[in-house]
Write a protein that binds this ligand. Structure first.
Ligand SMILES: C[S@@+](CC[C@H](N)C(=O)[O-])C[C@H]1O[C@@H](n2cnc3c(N)ncnc32)[C@H](O)[C@@H]1O
Length: 522
């Protein structure tokens, strides 16, 4: 039982009130406005969970807090409640809040008054300083500096999420340039961390994309040079029952602290399926160097949430090769149908020069289904001078879907293709497919089947899940992923082929045997 259940059990806690007010506000604004401001209000249960991650110094009498992108103040309320509940000596809490949405001003002013009065009941001074302004631009002077500006003990945030344009002025508030397509959330994370006191703590809920995305490399380089992560929480469900928590499913809650001499060697990872099972969460500690890995030139952070993902992470960390080691590469299919509509046909005109066009819907695990009569998509591409750049030579390839389909939960679907399957000299590969080939010469059939089996296996799927919450596995990621020796890959291929078309059911058995994996997961 906490302090509040003792004294004020007939009065709603500020975090619940703020959730109600936020929901009411949210129901009355348009989708466009939500998109413009990147507005998604944190449910009180998640806000309380986030507040619970702070270590509250019970001797400290005053706290200075930041809530950037404050919305209806739910996160601030949850954190204030936690501090008051845990710290007997607390006298004063000062909170700085920022939000660009001008229509939230009334909501924030009301909630600030409620908080102030609520604090008075406990003899605690609570001051909420609200600014209807851009959090990043308001701190331009601080963020431009080479050294951090220690202002805050605690920072809590559910920042806005949206991609920002190259010319966005907010990119220029940082001294070190951020390369590639950035998202506003990573700028908030970086900006906030620069305002944290040396003993301070920061808890954010953000999309998971920064853990592996190509565009977050420069963000990672700067953020992890100055901060350490202590804790990750993931919402991880493939179950429809958690559909209502959809927006949370690709998000992580993280706790970070400024780097200090005694670097933490372990990180705690917890997960729940959604909000309703948050108190039943499972957690485990991992050595930092197992989670933070470099694959090729990509810095990635693994977030394993089950034994299979952990086993995959351990196994792959022992592999030092990648496609490049074997002279192989993945590229994205060059045919963008709407750009060459006039060159595509459903049926091949007689006596003409048309090549088969392969789409995502033709590609299944270990099986090419072309032409697929069930779709209305064109099956042929005109192969002349003009389309030359779009067609490729018919030879041994692996086709890889760039997106997971609704009926197939797998992150990666690999389809082996041998030259002999088509009499044609050329092929068209649609842009939603990646294709894997040898830079010089041609893939051997054992390599085509060995790699396809590996890509379609449960252990590979688990590895990808542990490193990327995205539905997309990019060509860059595929080129960087670690691989076993080429001999092992070929052996897997030989074994699959020896099953004469019956191998699809045996994929996991073949792979588990090759790497002496436990079979209990399959
Ligand atoms: C994802 S919502 C979260 C709101 C609130 N923190 C919560 O947890 O319920 C992000 C908030 O950031 C605000 N916002 C968007 N861009 C901003 C910016 N550049 N500076 C300050 N606030 C911003 C939006 O108006 C929105 O209220």
């Amino acid at each position: 039982m906490n302090k509040f259940t003792n004294t004020l059990n007939h009065i709603k806690l500020p975090s619940s009130l703020s959730e109600e007010i936020g929901n009411a506000y949210s129901e009355n604004i348009s989708k466009e406005q939500k998109k413009l401001f990147g507005q998604f209000f944190t449910p009180a249960k998640v806000a309380n969970f986030m507040a619970g991650l702070f270590d509250i110094n019970i001797q400290q009498k005053e706290f200075k807090i930041l809530d950037p992108g404050c919305g209806a103040l739910t996160l601030s309320c949850a954190l204030i409640e936690r501090i008051i509940d845990q710290n007997e000596k607390i006298e004063k809490i000062e909170i700085d809040t920022f939000d660009t949405d001008p229509s939230l001003e009334v909501v924030v002013t009301n909630m600030s008054n409620i908080l102030k009065k609520w604090g008075e009941v406990y003899g605690i001074e609570i001051n909420v300083n609200y600014s209807n302004s851009d959090f990043l631009l308001s701190h331009k002077i601080h963020l431009k500096k080479d050294i951090n500006t220690p202002i805050y003990d605690f920072i809590i945030s559910n920042p806005p999420y949206f991609k920002i344009k190259k010319e966005d002025v907010r990119l220029s508030v940082f001294n070190s340039p951020l390369q590639g397509q950035q998202n506003i959330y990573s700028l908030f994370l970086l900006g906030a961390s620069k305002l944290l006191k040396q003993q301070g703590q920061l808890v954010f809920i953000v999309p998971r994309s920064f853990t592996s995305g190509v565009y977050f490399q420069s963000f990672q380089n700067i953020f992890f040079k100055e901060n350490d992560i202590e804790y990750f929480h993931l919402f991880n469900s493939r179950n429809d029952g958690f559909k209502k928590d959809k927006v949370l499913q690709e998000n992580v809650i993280l706790k970070a602290v400024p780097k200090c001499k005694t670097r933490p060697v372990k990180i705690k990872i917890s997960y729940s399926k959604g909000i309703s099972d948050l108190e039943l969460l499972k957690e485990k500690e991992f050595p930092i160097n197992l989670l933070f890995q470099k694959i090729g030139t990509l810095n990635i952070i693994h977030l394993p949430v089950n034994e299979l993902e952990e086993e995959a992470m351990n196994l792959f960390s022992t592999w030092t090769n990648n496609l490049g080691s074997y002279g192989m590469k993945v590229s994205t299919g060059p045919v963008v149908p709407f750009r060459c509509k006039s060159q595509l046909k459903h049926r091949k005109p007689k006596n003409s020069n048309y090549a088969p066009l392969i789409w995502m819907h033709n590609c299944h695990k270990m099986r090419l289904n072309w032409p697929n009569k069930k779709t209305d998509k064109e099956a042929w591409i005109y192969d002349n001078e003009q389309s030359n750049s779009k067609t490729i030579r018919n030879q041994n390839y692996i086709f890889l879907r760039r997106f997971s389909s609704k009926d197939d939960n797998a992150k990666l679907v690999a389809t082996p293709h041998l030259e002999k399957y088509f009499a044609h000299k050329k092929l068209g590969i649609e842009n939603h497919l990646n294709y894997l080939y040898k830079l010089e010469g041609m893939l051997e059939p054992e390599e085509v089947f060995g790699l396809s089996v590996l890509y379609n296996s449960s252990i590979f799927d688990a590895y990808i899940r542990s490193l990327s919450g995205n539905t997309q596995v990019s060509a860059t990621e595929l080129n960087a992923l670690p691989l076993p020796s080429i001999d092992t890959i070929k052996k897997i291929g030989v074994q699959y082929l020896s099953l004469n078309g019956q191998g699809i059911e045996e994929i996991d058995n073949i792979v588990n045997k090759a790497f002496k994996l436990s079979k209990k997961h399959t």
